[in-house]
Write a protein that binds this ligand. Structure first.
Ligand code: G16
Ligand code: MG
Length: 222
């Protein structure tokens, strides 16, 4: 029996994935490492320093900066991102998400947030969604970024629910890997090729319906 639904933030609850992309793209260009949206898929759900390291590796620059300089580059990206998310308002919750949250509450299920973003609490406040969640994992207390299962396991633990009774929703390949590694049912939102590891993929959040998700989840339960 399903007991909890655990959401990713960026790209599922709201479209801050686009702001992460814009901020990393600007940083990449400033150091001579331009990249495509396709490459950006590899940064989704990945922590700030891991993302920077992937960009440096793409440009063959993994040994070009000291640790201190890398921290400065990461800070530049984050300062830009923090500037961009100042425009987030409650109107920026993605289509279908408020209805889904309301249905989850109505069914008496628990609801959690598993974002590796250190800006997650600020974004949730801007969306005025913080009180709608039973738990939000603090990214500062997570050792391993997605694709490691740690963050989804932590969300289940904070909710006091068995991971097998949880359903996770993600827009990133690394996030889907994290959900599956945690032993949960994985719902992908986005491209079905990119998110092939998910148990089911929807093209957009507007297509998410709790009744349908329950049917899908029960279909795999033994
Ligand atoms: C998010 C984004 C990633 C970002 C990471 C860290 O993860 O998807 O692109 O690099 O958070 O964010 P910050 O630099 O704000 O700490 P999630 O888990 O919400 O998809
Ligand atoms: Mg995401």
């Amino acid at each position: 029996e399903l007991q909890a639904v655990i959401f990713d933030l960026d790209g599922v609850v709201t479209d801050t994935a686009e702001y992460h992309y814009l901020a990393w793209k600007a940083l990449g260009e400033s150091i001579g490492v331009p990249f495509t949206r396709e490459f950006n898929e590899e940064l989704k759900g990945v922590s700030r320093m891991d993302s920077l390291n992937k960009i440096l590796a793409l440009g063959g620059k993994e040994n070009s900066y000291s640790d201190e300089e890398k921290l400065e580059l990461a800070k530049q990206k984050n300062d830009h991102y923090v500037e961009l998310i100042k425009q987030v308002t409650p109107d920026d919750v993605l289509p279908g998400i408020r209805e889904l949250i309301a249905d989850i509450h109505a069914k008496g299920l628990k609801i959690g947030l598993a974002s590796v973003s250190k800006n997650a609490f600020a974004v949730m406040d801007s969306l005025q969604l913080r009180d709608s969640f039973d738990t939000i994992v603090d990214a500062a207390k997570i050792r391993n970024s997605k694709p490691d299962p740690e963050i989804f396991l932590k969300a289940a633990e904070q909710l006091g629910v068995d991971p097998a009774a949880c359903l996770g929703i993600e827009d990133a390949a690394a996030g889907v890997t994290s959900i599956k590694g945690a032993g949960m049912f994985a719902v992908g939102v986005g491209d079905s090729m990119t998110l092939a590891e998910a148990d089911i993929v929807y093209a957009s959040t507007a297509e998410l319906s709790l009744d349908q998700l329950l049917v899908q989840y029960q279909g795999t339960a033994v």
